[in-house]
Design a protein around this ligand. Sequence first.
Ligand SMILES: NC(=O)C1=CN([C@@H]2O[C@H](COP(=O)(O)OP(=O)(O)OC[C@H]3O[C@@H](n4cnc5c(N)ncnc54)[C@H](OP(=O)(O)O)[C@@H]3O)[C@@H](O)[C@H]2O)[C@@H](O)CC1
Ligand SMILES: [K+]
Length: 512
Amino acid sequence: MPLSPFPLEILTTDQMARADRLTIESGVPGIELMESAGVALARVTTRILQRTSGRRVLALCGPGNNGGDGYVAARLLKAQRYKVKVASLVPPDQLRGDAARAAAGWAGTLLPAQECDFDGVDLVIDALFGTGLARDLDLPAQTLVNRLNQWRRETKQSVVSVDIPSGVDGTTGAIRGAAVEADETVTFFRVKTGHLLLPGRTRCGQLTCAHIGIRSTTLESMQVKTFVNAPDLWLSALPRPKVDGHKYTRGHALVVSGGASFTGAARLSASAALRAGAGLVTLASPSDALLVNASALTSVMVRPADGAGGLAAVLADERKNAVAIGPGLGVSEESCRQVEVSLTPQAYRRAAVLDADALTSFESDPFRLWRATRAAPGPVVMTPHAGEFARLFSECNSDRALRSKLDRARDAARVSGAIVLYKGPDTVVAAPDGRASIQATASPWLATAGSGDVLTGIVAGLLAQRMDGFLAASCAVWMHTRAAELFGPGLIADDIIATLPRVWRELFGVAS
Ligand SMILES: NC(=O)C1=CN([C@@H]2O[C@H](COP(=O)(O)OP(=O)(O)OC[C@H]3O[C@@H](n4cnc5c(N)ncnc54)[C@H](OP(=O)(O)O)[C@@H]3O)[C@@H](O)[C@H]2O)[C@@H](O)CC1
Ligand SMILES: [K+]
């Protein structure tokens, strides 16, 4: 299992441009970086051509340095005796700087991109636009991209994108008018936010990140706070049970159950908290649901707790150091009070995870929730899906075309003072201190009833073990996805819980 598919830091396009600039200022000529980019691109292209026995390559080159990378790769592939043509979006005499130098090194067929023909081509290199894409593609470029996508779908031939599929905004992941659908994307130095956020991620195909001679030290002045959500990010903070420990040293999670007809969700959370390593888990249950909860649980303890008063009484025991509330809770004023009780300041740093109805109950007055989350003594994690996020954080959710899911999650963390785990295939975790992670893998099997309740429980289980809130939320997202990947087809929520021991074994390097 790779600890991270890419280096951990994720950059915006501005940060990437700065890393390029700092590298060039330190004495590495830009053309050398471009040559290295072309070499990495040619290597990936050759691998595909060898697999498919293809020979004929068309490189579509744009007006900037992305096009320059395409010219370098075209030259290298021609030198390897592939049949290569270049189609340029602008007359080559309009190219500047390194791109002009790269184009000057091309001695083969050159056509205007608008007139190019895909017939007989085995592979297309998309070097139209990279991180310099500054606006929506104009109509001729959109037409070209749409023709390319149609050709790929009809012929099943391969497209390799240079740096990012042309038309994808490298920072937001948005599609600027039209965007290339790539089989592989070769990016450089670090992945960009637009590679991992939807819809950009769906256009990248297999993403690789090549080293082109930019040093990690160029990042030192940038204070990058966005990370790939992978074990490298949180493995050293992952709680490991100690031989001389006991169940209380592993923490005690309290999960709040809904009424008699809505108990399954909280039971899933409770079992997941236990499998995530909490030493003890108690389910606080309304009296009318006590019997159904108790008869369905063994390792999880069940205690009666009616309404906010009952919950306060159970929480008087400060050893219960993490609360999970929301799944199956019901939308009501009483639920708001129960959430407030869960977050009440006390001497002990109790952590909390708020999901589903614990969020929706505050829909008409989110500021009431922010007052409680801001006053809470320990880390608070909120786990909205897109609908819940839009309802609760309407102010942070504006300008969706311009502001990425990452920006919006960060705003939400800032206004609420809580860690926001914004769910989806590109789950973002954002902390009030500015740290954020983006999950780079997804499993389609996670779209199943109760999957979110299990995630809430895993977060609670890790928080109970006193893991840092941001790292616990990120780790929970990764474990949840990894369990689904390992189990695969036919997954239901209970299987995520049952597969967690395999995930732990992988993380601890224990043979299965
Ligand atoms: N040393 C380095 O920096 C290295 C960079 N590398 C490579 O460079 C790439 C970044 O290069 P880049 O900055 O030149 O930007 P790029 O993506 O080629 O496009 C800019 C051009 O497109 C134009 N343009 C923009 N939007 C447009 C639109 N909608 N429709 C039409 N035109 C549009 C824009 O015109 P303008 O906005 O100035 O009018 C400009 O002419 C990066 O992705 C990587 O591949 C590697 O070689 C490693 C070393
Ligand atoms: K590109």
